[in-house]
Design a protein around this ligand. Sequence first.
Ligand code: 1GP
Length: 250
Amino acid sequence: HKLYHQFLERKKAGRKSFTVLIDPDKVNAAKIDQLVALSIDAGVDYFFLGGSLVIDNNLDECIQQIKASCDIPVILFPGSPSQISKYADALLYLSLISGRNPELLIGQHVISAPAVKKSGLEIMPTGYMVIDGGAPTTVSYISNATPIPSDKNDIAMCTAMAGEMLGMQLIYMDAGSGAKRPITETMIERVSSQIESPLIIGGGITSPEKAYRNCQSGADIIVVGNAIEKDTTLIKEMSDAIHQMNRVKV
Ligand code: 1GP
């Protein structure tokens, strides 16, 4: 449990981490090279790899290419059980605890359990919570589950608490890729005050200021995908803003 141990150590030290989300369907080899070079330069902590759809089925190649040029850990963030690759370092083993779709709570896990176990990946049990991002996102549509309304802070808090007590080692609150409204700082504060597990926040984060405020509110790991696809200079700006928190503490 190498990476999870690192998450915990960082949380204990109040250190914040920045994750770049790469959707294998949206990148080609040249784009991966560019993203990796910029991420090394910016001091990015992790890569998450995954998407809701699998169009090209190039996950293995994508990860091998990343691994060939850097040692930033690659963590799978799968939209479905088919998105598993032994070349990654770890797997966010997601249960959609904000929804009431049994397939995404436990059904798909049962079907894919032998394959997941055989992969040898570090498994990170993750309570995945989709929060309403202002307009239907791919994840809210595909999951066939109602997201938590963006102003229902107590529902989010109780969901995260229940997930943690059920044994989830991470809580990931996601407004969905390209969300119009990212998760509010009030919700992040409320949830982070009641859980001890590392808290991952993503979905619709487009500015370094928002990333910084999320960290101040209790987020441990910030995930950005969409905004970076549009403007790669944001990698460095986001990374600096998030790691700024670490310097303040020291
Ligand atoms: C989506 O949390 C991630 O699952 C990141 O969202 O693409 O909007 O940054 P964005």
